[in-house]
Design a protein around this ligand. Structure first.
Ligand SMILES: [Cu+2]
Length: 191
């Protein structure tokens, strides 16, 4: 199993606040439907890391990586093939260096003082019968889900110096799953 960046090319200078990547895999077929299931020869997905911290899993050739809370300078993107159970196949990975030189940097998202984080499954209910693909609805308490912060440093509310007021920017406001535009592996947060 291998995964390679088709684009961007190594050493690219990124002036926008996200990176569009195009990945080509070989030796397996991509399937997010099989993610989290038992490994099956010939199937899997790939992971992307930013500076060796996992951003997410992917099953399509193209995706976009947010540079929210990323400092200007040199960084590394890594693409790694993964089996259905998320075991990475290190022999098939590729590292790519890039420089982030934002022309209009994003405002940093800071820690919000929010109390003890928790999450609860609202649907399905215990004992419900489900089949095929089904929707999970959750209630989130005391944290702001953010896909843009995947793979970035943790924002802690237990360090007084980092405390800030909860920010109501759209990227941080939780939308119930019913209002999500499309189902995606990372649909549990808002871009
Ligand atoms: Cu995975």
């Amino acid at each position: 199993m291998t995964a390679r960046f088709v684009s961007p090319s190594s050493g690219t200078v990124v002036t926008g606040n996200s990176i569009d990547v195009n990945v080509q895999v070989s030796g397996f077929q991509m399937s997010c439907a099989l993610a989290g299931k038992a490994p099956k020869a010939g199937f899997g997905h790939y992971h992307i890391e930013l500076d060796h911290a996992l951003v997410n899993m992917y099953c399509t050739d193209t995706t976009t990586i947010s540079l929210q809370n990323v400092a200007p300078g040199q960084h590394t993107l890594t693409v790694l093939p993964a089996k259905n159970d998320h075991e990475e196949v290190a022999a098939g990975k590729q590292d790519l260096a890039f420089t982030y030189q934002p022309s209009s940097p994003l405002a940093e998202i800071k820690a919000a003082s929010a109390g003890a984080p928790s999450i609860k499954i609202l649907s399905p209910k215990a004992g419900d019968t489900v089949s095929g693909t089904f929707t999970i609805q959750v209630a989130i308490n005391n944290f702001n889900p953010s896909c843009d912060l995947f793979g970035k440093a943790n924002l802690r509310d237990d360090l007084p110096g980092l405390n800030a007021k909860p920010d109501a920017r759209p990227s941080q406001v939780y939308r119930p799953p019913g209002r999500q535009p499309a189902r995606a592996p990372d649909a549990g947060c808002r871009r």
